[in-house]
Design a protein around this ligand. Sequence first.
Ligand code: CP3
Length: 361
Amino acid sequence: MIPCVMIHELKNDRLIRALLRQPVDRTPIWIMRQAGRYLPEYRRTRQQAGSFMDLCRSPELACEVTMQPLRRFDLDAAILFSDILTIPDAMGLGLQFVENEGPRFSSPIRNRSDVDRIGVPDPESDLRYVMDAVRTIKRELDNRLPLIGFSGSPWTIATYMIEGGSSREYRFAKAMMYAEPETLHALLEVLARSVADYLNAQIAAGVNAVQIFDTWGGILTPAAYREFSLRYMKDIVGRLKRGTGSQTVPVILFTKGGGAWMEDIAASGCDAIGLDWTVSIGDIRRRTGGRVALQGNMDPAILFGSTDSIRAEAAEILAAFGSGTGHVFNLGHGISQHVEPDKLKVLVDAVHELSVPYHSE
Ligand code: CP3
């Protein structure tokens, strides 16, 4: 007989409760890219590691940088320190992060035979360093806070694989979409299976929630978004082993620039939608009729403003969402490396303090 023990008894479960639309005492907050270059201690650890990928590949150092923002700010979640490009790296595309330029692949995907050469990575062998990082961070967190796992969306990962790096125009990815849609579908199919396996392995290793970053979904037409991005995210959501009851692992879908498609995203089976700052969170709450939780959506640039403007904007967003659960505060995209860390403290404390009245009933 296996004794009946709770696997996670989180001391702070506000994030999970808000994502599942259960009552909370105040609005939880975490920040995309909360571990990163705006923190001097991150820059030191990054230097110690040598390169960004060496940092990701060391479970101890990935754990250290995951913990760094939690020592400074009263955040309601940790997020795994890793990257969305670990999957194509494991597929053998030869990933490098070039200083002041970003990611670059030595073997981009340009045609059907390139797609036919790649396979679905085995998360516990090919991406073992990520699962080891999850286990190390879970041990270090000791259930004080939930840990968020993540992946890129198939479409967003595909843009990097096809372009060979970051892009302005998405010339090659869009050319493949319009000239050879079956090739793109074949690539997205392999990626959807890879992402589902990868997230399920993160869940098995202990993450308490997962987010899919669809950073480039917003560059698509409405029809292309449905066919090439949302469809595959929906497929992944359906394949996730999310558990039940108090063990449920909620799923957040974040399509940057996805404001026009909220109803479709809400119908995907996800628990929560991440919002960028181009929409009103109140409008989206009405449009999605409380079917999902909402995460966001402060303009990251507000953190360049004064303490007063940061507090005022936090108050504005809390009021726009209104009373009741189902809101996770965040920025509308990752925090800038140029932000002064004390400004983030102002935001985190403001959200906790100002959100109490919205949860009094
Ligand atoms: O949020 C977190 O704190 C967790 C860590 C995290 C990173 N990348 C660390 C990182 C997460 C969730 C990501 C996701 C990611 N990576 C996305 C989707 C989210 C988004 O921002 O839209 C994308 C598009 C990537 C791909 C990527 N990684 C690019 C284009 C770059 C280079 C651009 C840049 O900002 O320099 C990275 C590198 C990267 N990933 C850094 C960090 C902290 C900076 C690397 C460094 O230390 O030099």
